[in-house]
Design a protein around this ligand. Structure first.
Ligand code: PRP
Length: 211
C-alpha cells in the first residue's frame, strides 16, 4: 500500500462540512467535491478522500480499505465494530428519540412494538427499563410505521423535527444526543500513528476553538 491516508466520508452535507474543516486546519489543503467523482486526491498532503454511503463508512474502515472515516455516533453504537472512536467533530448534531402518536402512553405496562433502523441500540435501551418489546427493523421512512399500525412507536433520529411533525408524530422520550466522529481501524492507527495523531490534534483544536 502507498503512503496515502485513506479517509471515507459520508456523501452529502456531512462530507461537505468535514472537507470545509479539513481545508481550514490542514496546511495547503484545498480539496473540492464538484462532480460525480467519488475519489478525490490531495497530493500535497497525501490524503485520498472517498465519498461513500453513510451506512458504508464503517465497512470501509473496519475492513482496512480506509484508514479513517467520518461517521455518526448512531451508526457506531448500532454496528458495534472494533474500531477506535477518535474525535467528536461536533457536526451533524441531532438526537435519537422515541416518537409516536401524541396519544400513545409510553409508561404503560404492555409490550411495546417499535420500528427502527437501530434494533441493537433500541434493544439495549429498553432492556434497561425492563420493558417487553417487539422490534421491527426498517431501512427508512420509519415514521410510517405507527401511522399504518406496524408499530406503536419508532426509535429514530430527530434533527429539525420536521419529518415527525409532517407525519403527525411527536417525540415521546429523548434517548441520546448524536454527532459525527472521526474513527480509525486499529491497524491503521498503529501503522500511521504520527499522521493520524497530527490530524487528531488539529481537529481537537478546531473543535475547541468553535466551542
Ligand atoms: C432521517 C431520520 C428521519 C429524518 C429526521 O431520515 O430517519 O426520518 O431524517 O430529520 P428531521 O428531524 O430534520 O426531519 P433520512 O432523511 O435519512 O431518510 P430515511 O427515512 O430514508 O432514512
Amino acid at each position: 500500500m502507498d503512503n496515502y491516508l485513506y479517509i471515507a466520508l459520508p456523501k452529502g452535507r456531512l462530507a461537505d462540512e468535514t472537507i470545509e474543516i479539513f481545508n481550514k486546519i490542514i496546511p495547503n489543503s484545498s480539496v473540492q467535491f464538484n462532480s460525480r467523482k467519488l475519489q478525490v486526491k490531495d497530493e500535497v498532503n497525501e490524503i485520498i478522500y472517498l465519498l461513500v454511503k453513510p451506512s458504508d463508512v464503517l465497512t470501509y474502515v473496519n475492513s482496512g480499505s480506509c484508514d479513517l472515516g467520518i461517521v455518526g455516533k448512531d451508526t457506531i453504537d448500532e454496528e458495534r465494530k472494533e474500531i477506535y472512536e477518535l474525535v467528536d467533530l461536533n457536526i451533524g448534531k441531532c438526537k435519537l428519540a422515541i416518537a409516536g402518536l401524541p396519544s400513545f402512553n409510553l409508561k404503560q405496562n404492555k409490550m411495546i412494538k417499535i420500528a427502527t433502523k437501530y434494533p441493537n441500540i433500541t434493544q439495549k435501551y429498553f432492556e434497561k427499563s425492563n420493558k417487553k418489546t417487539e422490534i421491527f427493523k426498517l431501512n427508512g421512512s420509519v415514521e410510517l410505521a405507527p401511522i399504518i399500525g406496524l408499530s406503536d412507536v419508532i426509535v429514530d433520529i430527530v434533527e429539525t423535527g420536521k419529518t415527525l411533525k409532517e407525519n403527525g408524530l411527536e417525540v415521546l422520550e429523548d434517548m441520546h444526543q448524536l454527532s459525527a466522529r472521526l474513527v480509525s481501524n486499529k491497524s491503521s492507527y498503529r501503522l500511521k500513528y504520527n499522521r493520524i495523531n497530527t490530524l487528531i490534534d488539529l481537529l481537537e483544536q478546531e473543535v475547541k476553538n468553535n466551542d
